[in-house]
Write a protein that binds this ligand. Sequence first.
Ligand code: PMV
Length: 289
Amino acid sequence: MATWSAPGKVFLFGEHAVVYGKPGLAMAIKPRIHVTVRRHRHPAPAKSPYVEQCFRELGVTGSVYVMSQMPSSAGLGSSAAVTVATLSATNDEFRLELDREEIATIAHRIEQAVQKGRASPTDTYVSTMGGLVLIMGEARRRIPPTNLSLVVGNTQVSHSTSRMVELVAEERQRCPDVISPILDAIGALTLEGLRKLDEPKELGRLMDVNHALLDAIGVGHPSLTKLVIAARAAGAFGAKLTGAGGGGCMIALAPRTGKTRITGALDAAGAKAFITTIDTAGVRKEHDA
Ligand code: PMV
């Protein structure tokens, strides 16, 4: 029996633009998913298509127990975390000797297979490595971690990542002269954000602009607008949706002393909110239950 856990993630900048090879900046966050894998010749069929695909890829069979601290389909990368933790626990249980880079690569392949080719490597790479990661086309660069203080607000409006990605593709085809420059601008914001990681006020302003641009390409939602406005009014340096949009979660960059106030304001505006910060560990082995 082997138990491994992997973290969720938020996009600080660049979601959707990364699908078109523009830079995006993502950060692993504290809520984790724990997965226990045990060798089993005739296990019950896996409930998750991600878990099923992990066994298919690795050519072994086992039983799986999943314990999640984070909401699914909310833009926090839960499917990537399940995939990365399942692959790592299976790797350990069957002594397959895969390293973390290989785990990240296989996990991305699995997400692509399950999501029909519409997954960037962001979620799986960040969940595997932890910390802050700059994604740009095929390149992934690990950035020295900074201790950003974030509040996550879950609208509890469920969304489909693949549907939102499809929607942007349709908009881009319909109106290329408008949508393509916006995606370019989102990429430029990512690079600007990277330079301002130690300047929260400036970083927050860039997050506000990123949110407006995401709204402009059609992935906003009234519930997200409400939360973003509530967070700013409660003192956040800035706020934006995170992930695919159309529902799901938003993040607010909080002053060190203002996190509780922002959390309260988000809750009062109808969200499920929690305070979080960077996870630097990535996927890791846990003591077996
Ligand atoms: O909803 P999430 O957390 O899977 O984020 C999706 C982010 C996109 O850029 C829209 C798609 C992707 O695969 O990067």
